[in-house]
Ligand binder design. Structure first.
Ligand SMILES: [Zn+2]
Length: 285
């Protein structure tokens, strides 16, 4: 339970500027640390994701000092109550305090989990805009980090990331067309395989796939998983057993789709792929 300290800080602000006609610019909010960098020998610049203000860049003055109010330098992949003072004439707001409510220690136990969590951060950084209210993105990130924190198997990590990437694409409005061929409109729901066109933003049927150099061939299982992750058809009745290989392939297809939309590679995707083990043959779902 996050303690609500807003009244306390509003009172504090009122003491500082008792007759100010301006709205209070200092308040506490739930936040997740997305990135941090040294600003000087004693301070950090930190990127926060917040539900109501999107991404905020804040200066944590003195966070490296032994006796700082932060209790030590801020770290990525922690959630807390941030005491932020907004500044009208600067892109950089001031952070006065950060009380950790969720340290997500489980993310730090294994390399694969850590890379998976950083992959989630890279996706969020790509789609969360500065100072833009989008509580759904905050909830999606907090949710996937809670799941990854408890994940033990590679399969779980890949499945959570696939579902998370699908959710982010849905919120950002970039969901690919998966039920009909994006070029000719033919129904492709019963096809044994399909081609996901990065350029055209959806599946292609066999006859339309040839001229498209950006098309990735996807098995039936991968397409079903993509539909599930992207909130499309709920074909629970005949859901095939998803293997680790299918889940990893689906996550990769979504990542390539994201990279095409962003027009740049996702560094974390490459790092994660390097840690891939031999795919399991066991059906796990
Ligand atoms: Zn077609």
């Amino acid at each position: 339970m996050v303690p609500d300290r807003s009244a306390e800080f509003t009172a504090e602000f009122a003491r500082v500027r008792p007759s100010s006609p301006l709205k209070p610019t200092r308040s506490t909010r739930d936040a997740i640390v997305l990135r941090r960098a040294p600003f000087s020998e004693t301070s950090q610049v930190v990127d926060l994701l917040t539900p109501d203000d999107g991404r905020l860049s804040v200066l944590a003055r003195g966070s490296y000092r032994d006796k700082s109010t932060f209790g030590g330098p801020l770290d990525v992949l922690t959630r807390g109550v941030a005491d932020v003072q907004r500044r009208r004439r600067s892109e950089l707001d001031l952070l006065h305090g950060f009380q950790i409510t969720q340290p997500w220690r489980g993310l730090r136990r294994e390399l694969t989990t850590w890379l998976g969590a950083n992959h989630a951060l890279e996706l969020i950084r790509a789609f969360a805009w500065p100072r833009d209210r989008e509580p759904a993105l905050f909830d999606a990130l907090a949710g996937v980090l809670d799941l990854l924190d408890r994940a033990r198997e590679r399969f779980e990590i890949e499945a959570y990331l696939t579902s998370f990437a699908g959710r982010v694409l849905g919120i950002a409005g970039f969901v690919p067309v998966l039920d009909a061929c994006v070029r000719c409109g033919n129904d492709v729901r019963s096809a044994r395989r399909g081609w996901l066109s990065l350029a055209q933003g959806g599946l292609l049927c066999g006859s339309c796939s040839t001229p498209d150099r950006t098309a990735i061939v996807c098995s039936d299982g991968v397409i079903r998983l993509l539909r599930r992750a992207l909130g499309g058809a709920r074909d629970d009745a005949d859901t095939p057993a998803w293997t680790e290989a299918v889940v990893t392939e689906a996550r990769r297809a979504i990542d390539l789709y994201v990279e095409y939309r962003l027009e740049r590679p996702l560094l974390s995707r490459r790092l994660l792929d390097r840690t891939e083990r031999t795919p399991s043959r066991e059906p796990v779902a």
